[in-house]
Write a protein that binds this ligand. Structure first.
Ligand code: NAP
Length: 315
């Protein structure tokens, strides 16, 4: 009889992570097709205590409820808006994420988007490839160094962005629910005031009920026609219709966006805009960081199943 603990994989995970789980535990995969899934749950639901999944896939309360002995949901990614953490909390299920190991890469991307959109890097690349250099002169951009970088949500990733922005001699200001005690940056308890003062408003806060559409028409107006919006957080924190409208009407200078309200769909209007840089949710998407994230998912499972508790629990 196989005495190894059982781990259920929900959604897509990397080959390395699947192999680490398969090598150490009995492994089951949740079928995607609804009828197959129902049959699978009928047979296996009682024996499953541990799930490995990702923030990209998430896990609903309905699925957690279908697994009556569930004790751990180990998720790849730092955001947990796609996981029903409230349900888990009230049903004694531990949820883990992968904080810190992705700070550098997400912060690097935020700086990349900031510089790209302000200095027209992607635009210039298209300009050359479209054979336009012969006929036209360069489009002027906006200076990044010495400008004000306003960070919304100065947590782990926000602080990594601030550190990089400091190297560009930027003034750093931030908004959050609390003033941070370990930094000297200018704290704003009023998001409108931060938007008014910022040249670059960089979003690095979680998507929660409280933060849905925290960036609305008024905030974009406050950011103003010389201001850029950079979003590496979650699409839900921005009212995307208001953003498209603000860009169309020249209310803000431009935007660098890694995340969107209805991924993988992105507003077609943005595709036509040269003052917008779009990336497909690639904040943590490097070999090194994805490997570190996978290792942390596995370490959480290992520690929890060995009775030592989770390493990075979110509840
Ligand atoms: P974190 O360390 O928990 O920091 C989050 C920050 O947001 C905290 O400073 C918190 O400060 C602030 N915050 C929380 N609720 C807020 C609210 N209602 N209003 C204003 N500020 C609020 O998280 P992190 O590791 O830096 O990650 C931040 C987010 O980045 C994640 O939740 C995830 O959605 C996103 N992310 C995106 C990618 C990507 O691929 N693009 C990758 C990783 C993470 P206060 O408590 O003081 O408010």
């Amino acid at each position: 009889m196989n005495t190894k603990p059982l781990v259920l994989i929900v959604g897509k995970l990397s080959k390395t992570l699947k192999k680490a789980i398969e090598d150490n535990y009995q492994t089951l995969y949740l079928p995607e097709e609804p009828t197959e899934q129902q049959a699978f749950l009928k047979t296996n639901s009682q024996s499953i205590t541990t799930v490995a999944t990702s923030a990209a896939h998430g896990m609903t309360a309905e699925l957690m409820a279908a697994l009556p002995n569930l004790k751990l949901v180990a998720s790849l990614g730092v955001g947990y808006d796609s996981l029903d953490v409230q349900y888990a909390k009230t049903h004694g299920i531990c949820v883990t994420n992968t904080p810190d190991v992705l700070n550098d890469c997400v912060a690097d991307l935020a700086m990349g988007l900031m510089i790209d959109v302000a200095r027209n890097i992607s635009y210039a690349d298209r300009f050359i490839r479209d054979g336009l250099w012969q006929d036209r002169s360069a489009k002027l951009g906006r200076k990044v160094s010495h400008k004000t970088c306003g960070i919304v949500g100065l947590g782990r990733i926000g602080k990594a962005i601030a550190k990089r922005a400091e190297a560009f001699d930027m003034n750093i200001a931030y908004y959050g629910r609390h003033q941070q005690t370990d930094v000297n940056y200018d704290f704003y308890d009023d998001l409108n005031k931060l938007a008014i003062t910022s040249d670059f408003l960089v979003l690095a806060l979680p998507a929660t009920g409280d933060t849905t559409h925290i960036i609305n028409e008024q905030i974009l107006n406050d950011l103003g026609e010389k201001g850029f919006l950079i979003n590496i957080a979650r699409g839900a924190v921005v009212d995307e219709n208001a953003l498209v409208k603000a860009l169309k009407e020249g209310k803000i200078a431009g935007a660098g966006l890694d995340v969107f309200e209805h991924e993988p769909n992105t507003p077609k209007e943005l595709w036509e805009m040269d003052n917008v840089v779009l990336t497909n949710h690639i904040g943590s998407a490097t070999y090194e960081t994805r490997e570190a994230m996978a290792e942390l998912v596995f370490a959480n499972i290992q520690s929890f199943l060995a009775g030592k508790g989770a390493i990075t629990p979110v509840v």
